[in-house]
Design a protein around this ligand. Structure first.
Ligand code: CA
Length: 499
């Protein structure tokens, strides 16, 4: 009883002071808050990974004029922003399988979207746990703790599967905690109106993007449906930014910001046609921001080539764990940072029911593409992808002969065997320089790098999937699931015949 009375009186005093000196009150509060957060700098750092889905670096801090992302912009101002960060596969499960293992999907056998490995490979979280880290991975429900690795995870693979943002008291340093934000997923660009309203409930009217004003890539036809999808894509990014803000605020409130390395990234590029599923910058280049108070200079920018495959070895190095020799990335943060590579590599193989094999090499300026099936069109039917209104308009206008030369490129009946783009002059990768006489030296250099990489990493894309099934590397998802999906395709060819 006494305690309650005392408590009431303190509240009352505080209100009195606050009313007389509101600024002083907040200042004292802030100082008290800082002082009540113990300094833990000598301990092992915690890791918080905030991952979102299906976005390119369409954030304010990356200079996108359409972006409204104040929380991520602030995170970048407190840490380092990577301008040349890429994934190794432009689609969910292959990309995630590489992130969690530190190995190329093409080496593991997780390169088809989707497929399923027979055996679960070692995960970087296994090594963190052995080193004394608590690994917290939220439940799969709602996508916040999505695994989607193209293999099953064994029981007890992490310490806790709880939404730690709702129950931060479960976190026990040193910890690794991830949070996956799904509102930016491809499916939400074409969601129902009802779902859109729910997804973007926190946006002010000023934060909603006007389809008439939003920028669209030059390879899309300029239609209302295309513009509407682009506007929703940006609205969803702003909605995602609110959630990032919530998580960062929680870390502050729980005194966890100081000794926690926060890493933000997207699992691959924009969930839009000719971005997701395609090994161009549009599908592979991702935002990557790291905040490490007291170690990484605030507001720094790095332009070395960084791969999402590098996250696994980097986290282990920062945790003081020896990096297993099977990991194929490099350490890009901390005292054990390794020199950046000359090239990054990426692969696209079967996407749902559409078989293809494309390999891609990026250096700091050029992107080289090798199409192993030039006889196949870029835009084979994929039921899931074809649900996107952009795809519908794009195909329809292709058949009506109403696309300009740039818009027609991707609706071609066949593909060139090689493509080369000078990203510094052609960020949308439209002008193929593979046959340009003055670029033959670049083509040769990148072609050789690719062939070396295929050999050295034992690219399983050379082996037909049926053979991988026969060898017991992956389960059979072809004969039932994807055959059934193929039968749902329209009878028309996916692209018009050549002119
Ligand atoms: Ca994704």
């Amino acid at each position: 009883m006494l305690k309650t009375e005392k408590h009431d009186r303190v509240d009352s005093d505080e209100e009195g002071i606050a009313m007389k000196f509101p600024q002083l009150y907040w200042l004292v509060g802030a100082v008290l808050w800082v002082c009540t957060c113990p300094l833990l700098a000598s301990e092992k750092p915690n890791f918080v990974l905030i991952t979102c889905e299906d976005i390119s670096p369409h954030l304010g801090c990356y200079g996108d004029p359409d972006a409204i992302t104040p929380h991520l912009d602030r995170l970048a101002s407190q840490g380092v922003r990577f301008t040349q960060a890429f994934t190794h596969a432009p689609v969910c499960a292959p990309s995630r399988s590489g992130i969690i293992t530190g190995m190329y999907p093409t080496t593991l056998g997780t390169h088809h979207m989707r497929s399923k490995l027979v055996k679960t490979p070692p995960l970087f979280t296994d090594y963190l746990r052995k080193a004394g880290y608590q690994v917290v991975w939220p439940p799969a429900a709602g996508g916040i703790g999505k695994t989607d690795f193209n293999f099953d995870v064994p029981k007890g693979w992490v310490d806790l599967r709880v939404d730690w943002t709702a129950k931060p008291e479960v976190l026990r340093p040193p910890f690794f905690a991830i949070y996956n934000i799904t509102v930016t997923h491809e499916s939400q660009v074409r969601a129902s109106r009802y779902q859109y309203v729910r997804n973007t409930a926190r946006l002010t009217p000023q934060q909603r993007h006007d389809p008439n004003q939003v920028r669209i890539p030059p390879y899309y036809p300029d239609t209302w449906a295309v513009r509407d999808c682009m506007a929703v894509y940006h609205d969803n990014i702003t909605a995602m930014d609110y959630i990032v803000g919530d998580i960062l605020k929680l870390l502050d409130e729980k005194c966890l910001s100081q000794n926690t390395i926060v890493i933000f990234y997207s699992d691959h590029g924009a969930g839009l046609p000719r971005a997701k599923r395609w090994p161009y910058d549009s599908g592979l280049r991702v935002p990557l921001i790291v905040r490490w108070p007291g170690v990484i200079p605030a507001g720094s920018v790095r332009d070395d080539l960084v791969a999402l495959l590098d996250l696994a070895p980097t986290l282990l190095a920062l945790a003081g764990v020896d990096i297993p020799t099977h990991m194929q990335g490099r350490v890009f943060l901390g005292p054990k940072t390794q020199s950046p590579p000359e090239f990054l590599f990426a692969a696209r193989d079967r996407m749902d029911e559409a078989y293809d094999r494309i390999r891609s090499v990026r250096d700091k300026r050029y992107r080289y593409i090798r199409n192993f099936h030039p006889d196949l069109p870029y835009m084979q039917y994929i039921n899931y992808m074809d649900e996107m209104p952009i795809m519908r308009d794009w195909r329809r206008l292709a058949f009506e002969g109403r696309l300009n030369a740039t818009q027609k490129l991707f609706m071609a009946r066949t593909k060139p065997q090689e493509e080369l783009y000078d990203i510094s002059n052609d960020p949308y990768e439209i002008k193929n320089l593979a046959q340009s006489p003055e670029h033959q030296e670049v083509v040769r250099r990148m072609r050789e790098a690719l062939e070396r990489w295929i050999r050295e990493t034992k690219d399983l894309g050379e082996i037909p999937e049926a053979e991988l099934i026969r060898r017991g590397i992956v389960h059979d998802v072809l004969s039932q699931e994807y055959e059934a999906r193929r039968k749902l395709h329209p009878r028309t060819p996916p692209v018009p015949p050549e002119d």
